[in-house]
Design a protein around this ligand. Structure first.
Ligand SMILES: *[C@@H]1O[C@H](CO)[C@@H](O)[C@H](O)[C@H]1NC(C)=O
Ligand SMILES: *[C@@H]1O[C@H](CO)[C@@H](O)[C@H](O)[C@H]1NC(C)=O
Ligand SMILES: *[C@@H]1O[C@H](CO)[C@@H](O)[C@H](O)[C@H]1NC(C)=O
Ligand SMILES: *[C@@H]1O[C@H](CO)[C@@H](O)[C@H](O)[C@H]1NC(C)=O
Ligand SMILES: *[C@@H]1O[C@H](CO)[C@@H](O)[C@H](O)[C@H]1NC(C)=O
Ligand SMILES: *[C@@H]1O[C@H](CO)[C@@H](O)[C@H](O)[C@H]1NC(C)=O
Ligand SMILES: CC(=O)N[C@H]1CO[C@H](CO)[C@@H](O)[C@@H]1O
Length: 691
């Protein structure tokens, strides 16, 4: 029996939980941790490039540099300059001896030999992103933001001209006016290819071609084609890309199409799913370039539908769907070298597993067991590289040997930083939730754990709602170990509506935002406090973002069991939340339209604002001005209501953040405000100085 299993029975001190030699995962330490990017395998399959990035709080600067792994030996060699404030992204290979990357939208190349310096290969008039290249195709592909019917150079000129206008008005006749964190402008991301090859020792880029050029034009240039995710076939003759059709109903149709086109830019892109209007994602060409696979939702208007695997054969123009009996929803795909297998990453019971899907039979085999895997990259026919993390393990590149099924860790990005640092593993539990259904949750023990003591509880409520808390190491606001290191028994519950427990469980939250999840959370808390005597039911805090912030507002009107709440970017009114959001398909599917009788009734049944008179718990509201998914007015309203009624509440406003906290300095302040708030209201003394 492992120590972990014994620990659940109370025999072991894991990670020195009661050992004074360990240190808590402090706010400062957490934000200094290194992150490892997806591996990029060289054409000869011998090396893999990857980015390491980290932040320094004293200088407020981020650093990102490239290294390679020698796949055979596991040796790691840093390649680019490591300097505070110097970053890069998008590693790629020009050939086996030359690699490249993007820095501020410019393409660089560098030779593999020691002490080589980076040189600019392509400095286009408009900055580029999502670049890819394969030497055998001689084609560079990338995404760039351009004006209608304009080349890159013309777009740059239009932008300069706009900056000299005397007024700043933007005029909208059609939805949408804004999306995620931006107001709509005439600039849209389009997909380009350009010839790139080495002639007389020099890498040279030729003239760009816009591959979305021949799509039908929309009458409103503000609702133009918008292309981001794409793939280029291995021989370089085809491109596949995803786009929302630019119609005046695009904010409520939820449709994302997949198109196939020739990379010459001379043929009109062909829609591969003329009979479907659901969301497509993750297009990827087979290794022989003859087929395209992607993930497809089949229910119109439902953005959290199950992903089905589609395969299109280019020559015959046939499209099939495989593994249609599978009740789990994969979220990425990679073809094996022999094209007999698709390696998917699929959520399963709060884990992200690598699942191999046989492309002939649809038969599935799980290749990993726990934690969270992603960025799967086949190396030859023998192995897979992937990034793996767990609740108590930061993300690192691992290699799976397909014959033996064994994995080996290749990088150790935070070995020194996390030496002697307390990281609690997740302890799973299942209980009977709403409708008598089994519901999954897990718990982390606090820093300095002593089973004879009582500890306050931090309940973390995930967003979505059709997402899940996953056993991974998150660098965001909801890393459970940050609450465990601040002295809280940390509880996570994957309530009804969560993904990774079968599609029926996900679907069950429709029209019931305030119903089943609320029952699950209250029963889950009862389960934890009954089962674990060290969890103090009289000192509980609940925290959540997005749907989690909505649920916190719902709890505030329905229970007085919590000492305090934290609502990050949460909805207060389902009605004003509907009108203010950017993507209307989402509240229309989940709840309804406010001007229709049935829709209005469902919105009101699930409306936290209707229970304003019952709110009584002190709440910290955090909101970003550029959050156009859930506008700032939602937190502003709930906070004003509590303060007007003389109930303790605090508003933490970030003028420069959107639905997420993106800047590291802001994230540090976020954790400081949040951990301070929940410690004060639960009357607990954190193991380290929060402020
Ligand atoms: C690379 O630079 C370092 C530091 O300047 C030097 O010690 C080393 O000899 C150089 N290596 C080669 C192969 O030039
Ligand atoms: C772009 O060109 C197309 C085809 O010539 C034309 O229909 C469309 O109006 C143009 N769009 C803009 C915004 O000029
Ligand atoms: C190499 O690139 C140049 C433009 O930079 C292009 O004219 C030429 O056709 C390319 N050659 C090949 C073999 O791709
Ligand atoms: C959106 O508009 C397109 C084109 O007019 C139409 O084909 C489609 O059915 C509409 N979808 C919805 C959900 O209204
Ligand atoms: C689907 O979920 C609902 C709500 O949890 C439940 O009542 C129903 O029994 C489930 N159906 C199946 C087939 O599992
Ligand atoms: C810190 O860095 C962020 C970018 O992440 C920047 O927006 C902010 O202005 C910087 N603050 C200072 C004081 O330099
Ligand atoms: C529709 C569109 O934007 N077309 C442009 C694509 O890019 C080429 C080359 O940069 C331009 O000439 C087209 O006008």
């Amino acid at each position: 029996m492992t120590c972990l299993a014994l620990w659940a029975l109370g025999f072991c001190a894991v990670n020195g939980s009661s050992d004074s030699s360990t240190k808590p995962l402090t706010i400062g330490l957490f934000h200094s941790l290194s992150r490892v990017g997806a591996p990029v395998v060289s054409p000869n399959q011998k090396l893999a490039l990857f980015v390491t990035s980290y932040y320094n709080q004293d200088s407020n600067r981020s650093t990102a540099y490239l290294s390679y792994i020698e796949i055979g030996s596991g040796n790691i060699v840093p390649l680019t300059e490591i300097k505070a404030g110097t970053t890069l992204s998008n590693p790629l290979w020009f050939d086996d001896k030359t690699f490249g990357f993007l820095r501020r939208g410019v393409l660089y190349k560098q030779d593999l030999q020691a002490n080589a310096t980076a040189e600019i290969v392509y400095n286009p008039p408009v900055s580029i992103s999502s670049a890819s290249y394969r030497e055998d195709t001689g084609l560079l592909s990338f995404v760039a933001n351009v004006y209608p019917n304009a080349s890159l150079a013309e777009s740059a000129a239009f932008k300069r001209a706009e900056e000299t206008k005397a007024d700043s008005a933007q005029v909208y006749d059609n939805l949408w006016a804004r999306h995620w964190n931006e107001w709509m402008t005439l600039e849209k991301p389009n997909l380009f290819v350009a010839p790139l090859n080495k002639t007389s020792g020099q890498w040279k880029v030729g003239e760009e071609v816009n591959l979305s050029d021949l799509l039908p034009h929309s009458p409103d240039p503000l609702t133009r084609w918008h292309v981001d995710e794409y793939a280029i076939s291995p021989p370089g003759n085809y491109a596949a890309f995803l786009a929302r059709p630019p119609t005046t109903n695009m904010t409520w149709s939820a449709n994302v199409n997949v198109y196939l086109t020739s990379t010459t830019g001379t043929s009109r892109p062909r829609l591969l799913t003329p009979h479907l209007s659901g969301q497509a994602s993750a297009p990827v060409f087979s290794s022989d370039g003859k087929r395209l696979a992607w993930l497809q939702m089949e229910t119109p208007g439902y953005e959290a539908d199950i992903n089905r695997i589609y395969i299109h054969t280019i020559a015959s123009r046939e499209t099939i769907s495989i593994a249609h009996d599978w009740d789990l929803s994969p979220h990425s795909l990679a073809w094996s070298k022999d094209d007999k297998t698709l390696y998917s990453v699929t959520g399963s019971k709060g884990r992200n597993l690598i699942v191999a899907v046989d492309t002939e039979t649809g038969h599935r085999k799980e290749l990993t067991v726990g934690g969270s895997s992603g960025a799967v990259r086949p190396v030859g026919t023998q192995s897979l590289l992937y990034v793996y993390s767990n609740t108590d393990q930061t993300g690192d590149i691992h290699m799976l040997d397909l014959a033996s099924g064994k994995s080996k860790q290749l990088t150790e990005a935070n070995k020194d930083k996390l030496k002697d640092v307390y990281l609690s593993p997740a302890e799973d539990f299942w209980f009977n939730g709403a409708m008598g259904d089994r519901v999954h949750g897990w718990m982390l023990r606090p820093y300095g754990f002593d089973r004879r003591k009582k500890y306050p509880i931090a309940l973390l409520i995930h967003g979505g709602p059709q997402q899940a808390s996953i056993q991974s190491f998150m660098h965001t606001q909801w890393n459970p170990n940050m609450y465990a290191s601040a002295g809280f028994v940390t509880v996570v519950i994957n309530f009804h509506g969560s993904s990774s427990y079968g599609q029926n469980f996900t679907n069950s939250i429709r029209h019931r935002w305030g119903d089943y999840p609320y029952v699950d959370i209250m029963r889950g808390i009862d389960y934890v406090t009954t089962r674990f005597s060290f969890a103090d039911k009289s000192r509980m805090a609940a925290l959540g973002g997005s749907y989690g912030g909505y649920m916190v507002n719902w709890l505030n009107g329905h229970t007085d069991q919590f000492k305090c709440f934290v609502a990050h970017d949460g909805k207060f009114s389902t009605v004003s939340g509907y009108y203010g959001t950017d993507e209307l398909w989402f509240p229309e599917w989940d709840l309804g339209k406010p001007w229709e009788g049935a829709g209005r009734a469902i919105l009101e049944v699930n409306n936290p604002e209707r229970f304003a008179a019952d709110f009584k718990t002190p709440t910290l509201f955090v909101h970003g001005e550029k959050d156009f998914r859930i506008p700032i007015s939602e937190s502003l309203s709930a906070w004003a209501m509590l303060r007007r009624r003389n109930i303790a509440a605090r508003l933490v406003y970030f003028p420069d953040e959107d639905h997420w906290i993106n800047k590291m300095g802001n994230s540090i302040r976020w954790y400081t405000e949040v951990l301070d708030w929940i410690s004060s209201w639960t009357k607990s003394t954190p193991p380290y100085h929060i402020r």
